[in-house]
Design a protein around this ligand. Sequence first.
Ligand SMILES: NC(=O)c1ccc[n+]([C@@H]2O[C@H](COP(=O)([O-])OP(=O)(O)OC[C@H]3O[C@@H](n4cnc5c(N)ncnc54)[C@H](O)[C@@H]3O)[C@@H](O)[C@H]2O)c1
Ligand SMILES: O=C(O)C[C@H](O)C(=O)O
Ligand SMILES: [Mn+2]
Length: 559
Amino acid sequence: MALRGDTILTHPTYNKGTGFPLSERKEFGLTGRLPYRVNTLDEQCHRAYDQLKTRDTPIRKNTFLQSLKDQNWVLYYSLIQRHLKELIPIIYTPTQGDAIANYSHLFRRSEGMFLTYPHEDSMEQDFLEQTRGRDIQLFVVSDAEAILGIGDQGVGIATAKSAIYTLVGGINPTKAVSVALDVGTDNEELLKDDLYVGWPQKRVRGADYDRFVDKFVQLVRKHYPHSLLHFEDFGVSNAKRLLDLYHDQHAVFNDDVQGTGAVALAAVMSAVGVTKTRLADQRFLIYGAGSAGLGIARQLRDGVVKIDGVSASDAKRGFYILDRHGLVKESLGQFIRAGQEEFARPDAEWAGVPTDGNGEVGLLEVVKKVKPTIMIGCSTKAGAFTEEVVREMAKHVERPLIMPLSNPDRLVEVKPSLANDWTEGRALMATGSPFPPCRQPNGKEYIIAECNNALIYPGLGFGAMITEARTVTDTMIIAGAQRLASLAPALRDPDLPLLPDFADAPMVNFEIAVAVAEQAIDEGTAGVPWKKGEVRERVKAAQWQPVYRDFVYDPNGAR
Ligand SMILES: NC(=O)c1ccc[n+]([C@@H]2O[C@H](COP(=O)([O-])OP(=O)(O)OC[C@H]3O[C@@H](n4cnc5c(N)ncnc54)[C@H](O)[C@@H]3O)[C@@H](O)[C@H]2O)c1
Ligand SMILES: O=C(O)C[C@H](O)C(=O)O
Ligand SMILES: [Mn+2]
């Protein structure tokens, strides 16, 4: 390595702080630059954790950790790895929502790559400046139009998604880049804010937007043909459309559509294990039919087909989806958005069911008529699953599965404690953000599974990346979901949570990566000539660990 002195101390990839051993201090010109004591990584983590504890709110803890990440990656990842369950909600959902919403005000140091619409002409040069000499395997890109459930955040960058890839999936952070595609914002608050750091113009849409995104995707394809391109929090009019557009060109993955679909399928498989029924026996109600809601609907439908051997048209009959205009039924016409039409219910089926003044059928009426066994929320509408709705559902089903998946936590369709009370502790539950356990009337504690795509996307992505998969197929995703479901605690004991705990997420995602890689090899999507039997060892060997590596000074070497 050719870096020396302050340059190495201010470079988060190489900095070890007081962790530099004496020999390296001498070699890199640091002896006079650091205090006497050489600390172990354990000691450094101890100190950083003590400092973190003095920050009294989640957002202050988030800022502290961000600053640590700007200084020393090994220390940052090692500290979080030691306190994974406590700190994931600080760096990721739900706190990350506040951090992104306040990005311009909390701003200290930029991280990742910013490709901004008015600089379109220099995009290739900008891209190459940021990636030169690097072996990039993963791009996590967002245009920040639909960040969690909090909407358009302009220049919000999905760095937390990348950090989770490292923490949970074992991706080397030097091989991952977060990219902000800044095409403006329609968020008036941001446009009026003098401190806003993004491009303060209305969002570019239509052909200009498509050209800009395409330019970026083609750069990824040209310079990193074997990388995985992960799309995050794009608006509903673009998410699925872009996924379909690039699906056959490159290994692309939309987390909100596919990651959420996969983790929801695993939770539902776990629940049907508890109720000893089949996927094909369920009546699914999905409330909020945007990127996530439709991704889940399609994934569950495909799961019913693949796992229970039912035809696609029969499988589809079990689905009822609702959006802003209530139940999606054929007569909604122009209000049916692309992707919803395949789930639209025939009107004849709803004859005689009470509607509002506009002929729309609301949630309560759908629950009364359909008697769903599963109700999933991805609407961003806090409290939409009211007491009346939940009690009505629980009247007809012994163990209703209720999954309010909207994030962050303040946007959940129903708080688990309320759903637990209203169903006398009978509800099986999984949420998008972490929630405390509930107490059932029999005195038992019920742990609420966290059904967040972070429980699966790091493994899905790693499996695709390591095999240099040419495309990410539905069958690879189902293989990952099935492996996740097989690890569900509820399958061992129905009183246990529907999904593994986040503390076990690294082990779980290792298994998911293996399953996805094996599937890619089986179906011929893999670009590497591996045999299935070697996958486990390959994945293990490729996982990055946050430990200090020895450095040798070489004035002529790379940095
Ligand atoms: N748990 C997870 O892993 C996970 C993953 C992805 C998204 N989410 C959450 O799901 C929510 C939706 O995300 P998305 O990416 O699908 O957003 P989206 O904007 O694509 O979809 C939201 C949908 O909800 C509909 N909607 C809004 N208000 C409604 C209302 N009052 N009644 C019925 N429908 C309504 C919208 O019309 C839209 O179709 C967000 O809160 C997001 O954080 C959770
Ligand atoms: O970011 C998350 O917590 C999950 C999901 O991708 C979301 O958009 O809500
Ligand atoms: Mn998301």
